[in-house]
Design a protein around this ligand. Structure first.
Ligand code: FO1
Length: 336
């Protein structure tokens, strides 16, 4: 295998990618050439405009993680970060203060916003930022593609007794960062998604792949949004490449993030098997040829197989690049 495409959200997808690349480049993923081309199609529906700047959390999390600039503790933003600009904005009483914009991270948003204002599409802007972050480490072997160049934003409807409709809609980032996903998500609305166009290279990355991987990203607001870009799901169903996924749900809940709340809000049971069935078997118009669950969910394997999806139970906690590389190898062998 030489062309691998990974559909990625933020922290989960980026952590998986680091292990996948570690394993592939060290020849530890049997069946995959060590110099394989890895293409990341990243979710952009987490994006938001703040203080006049375009912020792309999932693109930046993948870029910083694979460029070794990430703060590993937080999983987002820059290592060795300072927060002077954020504190100064708060001192001026500028809202919102709940979103952490670090001083180093701000430079990325300033450059991105300037390039967007100059008329460059997000895909070209991302390519320019990756010349600093990814090219020195990964050369031509790694590409980061926004799922679309169009503006798409995930908003969440929550209950609000003070509003006439009894509901209020907040941007996904407010739901997650300010509200910590502690209130039920009554509806997930991805503004602009159905009118969006796949970004340059996205459809080719799926149809020309030798392998497509769905990492343990959020099935609703990361993978789900990528699949919601018109033509992407069709490309996945049609590609000759095997499509294999890794469960983001371990032991009945997410490892981190808010997949539990969002799966519940779309009526999908929060289990490793239910997410596989949600994506569906390719033999029946779905996406998956194979699905990995964690060993604690071994009792789900039979149900996933019965749904027409190959399935194995392996350790799925990404505790190190080596552990993640082993997951990637298990995923490849499941569909080889
Ligand atoms: N996540 C937080 O929990 N708190 C923050 O203050 C925060 C700021 C932030 C700034 C830039 C960025 O690229 C990501 C940031 N994130 C923050 C993560 C962000 O909410 C991601 O969208 C989630 O991790 C989901 O992917």
């Amino acid at each position: 295998m030489h062309q691998i495409t990974v559909l990625s959200g933020g922290v989960g997808g980026a952590t998986f990618l680091r292990g996948l690349l570690h394993g592939v480049r060290h020849g530890r993923v049997p069946g995959v050439d060590p110099d394989a081309q890895v293409t990341v199609v990243a979710n952009t529906a987490d994006d938001l405009w703040l203080h006049g700047l375009k912020i792309c959390p999932d693109l930046d999390t993948v870029m910083y993680t694979l460029g070794d600039g990430i703060d590993v503790e937080r999983g987002w933003g820059r290592r060795d970060e300072t927060w002077n600009a954020k504190d100064e904005l708060a001192a001026y009483g500028v809202e919102p203060t709940w979103f952490g914009l670090g001083d180093r991270d701000l430079a990325t948003h300033l450059v991105r916003t300037q390039l967007l204002d100059a008329g460059y599409p997000l895909s070209q802007v991302t390519e320019a930022l990756c010349r600093r972050w990814l090219a020195p480490v990964h050369g031509e072997g790694l590409r980061l593609l926004p799922m679309t160049d169009d503006r798409v934003e995930t908003h969440i409807a929550i209950s609000d007794p003070d509003s006439p409709s009894g509901r209020r809609v907040v941007h996904f980032q407010e739901y997650w960062v300010r509200l910590h996903a502690e209130v039920p998500a009554e509806a997930v609305v991805v503004v602009g998604l159905e009118d969006s166009t796949p970004g340059p290279g996205v459809i080719d990355a799926v149809t020309a792949a030798d392998l497509v991987v769905i990492p343990p990203s959020n099935p609703v607001v990361s993978v789900g949004t990528i699949l919601g870009v018109p033509r992407v799901r069709e490309a996945l169903v049609a590609t000759r490449a095997p499509v294999v996924g890794l469960s983001p749900i371990v032991g009945g809940t997410h490892v981190r993030g808010m997949a539990h709340q969002l799966l519940t809000s779309i009526g999908v049971e929060v289990s490793a098997g239910a997410v596989a069935r949600h994506y569906g078997p390719r033999s029946d118009g779905g996406l998956l040829d194979g699905w990995l669950v964690d060993e604690v969910d071994a009792d789900e394997v039979a149900g996933v197989r019965a749904a027409g999806i190959a399935c194995h139970a392996v350790p799925l906690l990404m505790t190190s690049p080596e552990a993640t590389a082993a997951m990637a190898a298990a995923a490849v062998s499941l569909v080889s």
